[in-house]
Design a protein around this ligand. Structure first.
Ligand code: OSB
Ligand code: MG
Length: 343
């Protein structure tokens, strides 16, 4: 296994209630397995995963373990490092079996494209309406707005302005990134109901599973994201705390773990939604394959590639009309030799 660092600036930083993401640093991982070279990506996001230093240390340690690198990497401790190594192995496996990765997960499936939501960062009402309108203009049928960075009053006005600007037919979601108190969340949910908001991601702090369970039951759903990063999925299931689970393969330890969790969620009547952590092309492709393996998947947060100023390779999973095309070639759909950290 080889490990190569990269650093990619964002052309359009993502403003959230938890801060601004303006650069992504990580590692390209290559691994020889079953006669194929597979490629993976470990792009940690502190707060969500281990730090960049801890990721590097874990990958270096795993790469000198001559077999079973994956066994050295604990999904709870170093999820991004494990994602990098696991993706490289899966890419090689799927290549060896001549299947696109999503069909390596489920050979019976055929999927040409998956629906995506547009991701609209925090901003003034005018900025938010402009970004949402541009997304709808380009064909997105679902927009996710970052909220929680300003007062509930202001966020309600932002969402109202967007709803008026884009009409009734576009699905609207919000993501508070854990910013609200229980009473702020209750008032936001009341007001969002009449604006047709489908669900709010992480309205409350990650550890408040009981508070999230109490918010459920109305027309606005509860989606958990940070809670899943912090807690075991079993605790989220046991608390009946979610209508929707946000699955970020980079946070969960890899594409295989994310796929397994998606299927477990479905069995419990919880809708899985796959998203990136604003990753480079290799990890975005892995997430696209996880989403493609889920029958009738809901719109996913995977249209994030255009935020990067440059990338590790050309992206074969193109976005058009709010749909992401699913690569049909074996593995992830990118040639490992075309993945370059100095691009
Ligand atoms: O879900 C999306 O639309 C894009 C991904 C996204 O919002 C995100 C990206 C990086 C870190 C956290 C988050 C988040 O969902 O909170
Ligand atoms: Mg989120």
């Amino acid at each position: 296994m080889t490990v190569e660092p990269f650093s990619l600036p964002l052309a359009s930083p993502l403003e959230t209630a938890g801060g601004t993401i303006d650069e992504r640093r990580g590692f390209v991982v290559r691994s020889d397995h079953r006669g194929e070279t597979g490629v993976g990506e470990a792009t940690p996001l502190p707060g969500w995963t281990e730090s960049l230093d801890d990721c590097r240390t874990a990958l270096d340690t795993a790469s000198v373990a001559d077999s079973g690198a994956l066994r050295e990497l604990d999904a709870a401790e170093v999820p991004a490092a494990r994602h990098g190594a696991a993706t490289a192995m899966l890419d090689a496996d799927a290549r060896a079996d001549g299947l696109p990765l999503y069909r390596w997960f489920d050979a019976d499936r055929r999927c040409r494209s998956i629906p995506a939501n547009a991701t609209v960062g925090d901003g003034t009402a005018e900025e938010t309406v402009a970004a949402a309108a541009e997304a709808v203009e380009s064909g997105f049928g679902c927009c996710k707005l970052k909220v929680g960075g300003r007062s509930v009053e202001e966020d309600v006005e932002r969402v109202r302005a967007v709803r008026e600007g884009i009409g009734e037919d576009v699905t609207l979601r919000a993501d508070a990134n854990g910013a609200w108190t229980r009473s702020e969340a209750e008032s936001a949910f009341d007001r969002f109901a009449s604006l047709g908001v489908e669900y709010v991601e992480q309205p409350l702090a990650a550890d408040d599973l009981a508070g999230h369970a109490d918010l459920r039951g109305g027309s606005v759903g509860v989606a958990l994201d940070e809670s899943l990063a912090q807690k075991r999925a079993g605790a989220v299931f046991d608390a009946d705390a979610a209508d929707v689970l946000i699955l970020k393969p980079m946070v969960l330890g890899g594409p295989g773990d994310a796929y397994t969790l998606a299927m477990q969620a479905r069995e419990r009547g919880i809708e899985p939604v796959v998203t990136t952590t604003i990753d480079a092309v290799v990890a975005r492709l892995a997430a696209v394959h996880v989403a493609a393996a889920i029958p009738d998947v809901a719109a996913c947060g995977l249209a994030t590639g255009d935020r990067l100023a440059r990338d590790l390779a050309a992206d074969p999973a193109t976005v058009s009309d709010g749909q992401i095309s699913v690569p049909r070639s074996a593995g992830l759909g990118v040639d490992p030799s075309e993945v370059r950290t100095d691009a």
